[in-house]
Design a protein around this ligand. Structure first.
Ligand SMILES: [Zn+2]
Length: 137
């Protein structure tokens, strides 16, 4: 038999991390294919539009995370490594969860207000939250 406090704890832990009623934002999926020793990402513009960040910013993040050089050609990225779609989308998801989706209100209306040594200051235009996250550069 569980006590009331334990039931409350359990109810909280069962809440989804990003609740659907607060935000209809969907993290975009990277469309990629492996060609020889390279991985081509076909929809970087769609991802950067959803993030409201420069393509260059996302490329910098992926270059660091994947430890591989990345070149661009319009809407396509060419990663100098074989990256499975699941592994690539894990990185994209983490990018959005860390840098794009507001920690307070879970909306995606954030922008980079400042870059300090080792940290980025994120401001949420939806709820006004201001917080820092570790920089990836
Ligand atoms: Zn917010």
């Amino acid at each position: 038999m569980l006590g009331y406090d334990e039931l409350l704890d359990r109810a909280f832990t069962m809440l989804p991390k990003l609740s659907e009623d607060k935000s209809d934002f969907k993290i975009p999926e990277a469309e990629s294919l492996i060609q020889g020793s390279k991985t081509i990402v076909k929809n970087i513009a769609q991802i950067s539009d959803a993030a409201r960040r420069d393509k260059a910013d996302i490329i910098k993040y992926l270059t660091k995370e994947l430890a591989s050089p990345i070149s661009t050609d319009g809407n396509m990225l060419s990663i100098s490594a074989r990256v499975q779609p699941g592994a690539l989308n894990d990185k994209v998801r983490r990018y959005f969860e860390t840098y794009i989706i507001c920690k307070e209100c879970h909306k995606s209306d954030t922008k980079v207000a400042d870059t300090q040594r080792g940290y980025i200051v994120i401001v949420c235009e939806a709820c006004g939250a201001i917080y820092t996250v570790k920089n990836y550069q």
